[in-house]
Design a protein around this ligand. Structure first.
Ligand code: GTQ
Length: 349
């Protein structure tokens, strides 16, 4: 035995000796713990609407909302993330609600957002404010707000749910409650929060609802956000990496719509190809209009309306619009959390 082998043998014996005391040597794993860059476990993936839609319908035949509470197909990242999760910190799912159904009232500490993919006329009520939703609307359900969904239209309705569930669970912060009744009482006028806060006007003497650090606005309408994109496109200001990308803003703080999640609506003109960049926030996209492809690392994802795809944190990505229409993409990410702790970084090529 060489001197080195003898030394290594003594070390191994030492490591085994300290194990029962629940101790371990840092020096054998230091380079795996403090890495030069993030080691990201989530992988790029696209859920094609065409493939998923029939299973939503089948789920609706198999189970009712009374039993399921929320009838959702979770978009599970194929990588090694703590499930259910679409990235290390974010959760995404497609929720279907049939005419006449109710998804009963509850609240939880996870923040939630919805982006309406199909249908028109179902509603969400958030803390007493009822909003009737249409395709492309962006709806917030902040931490600890009572919310229920119902469909009083004559067609199924489908939306994308985005929640910070993996993050909240990692932080041991999950609490949840059922409301005493299935449907909560509606105590406010329809879209009350939009009229109070969404018009660059604010009610005098109305204290800004800052406590939850979330936007007071329940429903940001697609028609409004789409018109803003259109106006900016006419102006011709195109960001090489993002085209025209608007963030849904908390009008009280100027910050993100939810404390942990930011949401965006983005227009990429006909034939546009973005430059490549990467950032420490992972992003979930939902295609609203047009078709195209996105490269994330080596993976090419071809998309069309209602497809959902995920670009992992810190992975270089770029978009290209195909066909003869412009493209509109909704997206959400965990950038607010990263920024809050000084962790956000972006790398532009
Ligand atoms: O609609 O309240 O996809 O509580 C996961 C958890 C949706 C909801 C989800 C939820 C909801």
């Amino acid at each position: 035995m060489t001197v080195d082998e003898i030394a290594e043998g003594r070390r191994q014996a030492f490591y085994q000796g300290i194990q029962p005391l629940h101790l371990s040597p840092l020096w054998t794993v230091l380079h795996a713990v403090v890495t030069r860059e993030p080691v990201v476990k989530e992988v790029p993936h696209l859920w094609a609407w065409r493939a998923v839609r029939p299973y939503l319908e089948e789920a609706a035949r198999l189970i009712g909302t009374d039993e399921a509470e929320r009838r959702v197909l979770v978009l599970e990242n194929p990588g090694e993330v703590p499930h259910p999760a679409v990235t290390q910190t974010l959760y995404a799912g497609l929720q279907i609600i049939l005419p006449g159904e109710v998804a009963r009232t509850h609240r939880h500490t996870a923040n939630a957002l919805r982006f309406i993919v199909e249908g028109e006329g179902a509603y969400t009520t958030v803390d007493g404010e009822k909003t009737v939703m249409r395709r492309g609307d962006f709806v917030t359900t902040p931490i600890w707000s009572w919310h229920d969904h119902g469909n009083s239209s004559d067609q199924p309705m489908v939306w994308l749910d985005g929640l910070d569930v993996p993050l909240v669970n990692r932080l041991n912060g999950m609490f949840g409650d059922p409301f005493p009744t299935e449907v909560q009482p509606v105590t406010k006028a329809p879209d009350d929060s939009w009229w109070r806060w969404g018009q660059s006007l604010r009610p005098v003497g109305d204290p800004p609802p800052q406590a939850r650090r979330a936007s007071p606005i329940v429903n940001y309408r697609y028609t409004v956000a789409r018109a803003a994109l259109e106006a900016l496109q006419r102006q011709g200001d195109l960001d090489p990496w993002d085209g025209i990308r608007l963030e849904y803003q908390n009008p009280v703080t100027g910050g993100p719509a939810l404390p942990t999640m930011a949401a965006y609506l983005q227009l990429l003109p006909r034939g546009f190809r973005t430059a490549s960049h990467r950032h420490t926030s992972g992003t979930v996209y939902c295609v609203v209009e047009g078709r195209g492809r996105t490269w994330a690392g080596d993976v090419e994802m071809r998309w069309e309306p209602n497809d959902v795809f995920v670009v992992p944190a810190w992975m270089p990505h770029r978009h290209e619009v195909l066909g003869d229409e412009e493209a509109v993409l909704f997206s959400f990410d965990d950038a607010p959390v990263q920024r809050a702790f000084g962790l956000y970084r972006e790398d532009k090529e």
